[in-house]
Design a protein around this ligand. Structure first.
Ligand code: ATP
Length: 207
């Protein structure tokens, strides 16, 4: 008498048909985000700093390296222009790229953008706990596993550690941000130690 496939533990016992259907739907939605021609062409319009940031980040993405970046710059210095080009480049190659913002109308800033608290379940009040209630068997784990790039625009420093914890747990990795390439944008002037007053966009590598 042979063994039942269930005895190999390949599929979690509590995974239902609806979970599988939802997982497929979410992945399909993520894969069918429209890549706009103008975002792909943005590369041709980049200024020197945008080009440098794009090249450094892209190189690591396609080399499957692990790195976290902070993109720092005053309002209007072209940060979102850079993020949209990165997202378009990755998605045009049929990879997943997850875009998040803290609040506001996510998709108007970043195509396919989602509010971070709804996608990653990062607690709004981090003073109580920074634990995100996401299961390892969730759609999100699959999506993160498949994603080449995660961008979080306007990321508050206090929530960045919560994201690191979450990605390490879900990706089963002690590497920073679970081994992913993550790009944060925001106002880091008050919190990062190396800040020098500048009016241009700057790229800071965390790890
Ligand atoms: N290299 C570029 N060539 C042409 N237009 C650009 C370039 N970089 C940025 N822009 C344009 O400049 C404007 C401001 O850029 P963007 O919105 O990316 O700035 P930002 O740094 O994200 O600003 P904020 O922090 O206020 O959101 C936008 O209209 C954008 O399309």
């Amino acid at each position: 008498m042979g063994k039942s496939i269930a005895s190999f533990g390949l599929v979690p016992n509590d995974l239902s048909f609806f979970d599988v259907e939802n997982q497929t739907r979410e992945l399909l939605a993520e894969r069918s985000i429209t890549v706009h021609e103008k975002d792909l062409n943005a590369i041709t319009l980049f200024n020197e700093k945008q080009r440098h940031a794009f090249e450094v980040i892209s190189h690591l993405i396609y080399e499957n390296k692990n790195r976290a970046f902070f993109v720092d710059g005053l309002g209007g210095t072209g940060k979102s222009f850079l993020y949209r080009a990165l997202l378009a480049d990755v998605r045009s190659k049929w990879y997943l790229a997850l875009a998040m913002i803290t609040s506001g109308i996510a998709t108007s800033i970043l195509p396919g953008g989602r509010i971070v608290h709804s996608r990653f379940k990062i607690p709004i009040d981090l003073s109580e706990s920074r634990e995100c209630k996401v299961s390892k068997q969730s759609n999100l784990t699959v999506m993160i596993g498949e994603s080449k790039l995660i961008i979080w625009n306007e990321a508050p420093m206090s929530a960045i550690e919560a994201l690191n914890d979450l990605l390490q747990v879900l990706m089963n990795s002690s590497k920073i941000f679970g081994g992913k390439v993550v790009v944060f944008g925001g106002d880091f002037r008050q919190t990062l130690p190396l800040f020098v007053e500048e009016s241009n966009l700057r790229l800071l590598m965390l790890a």
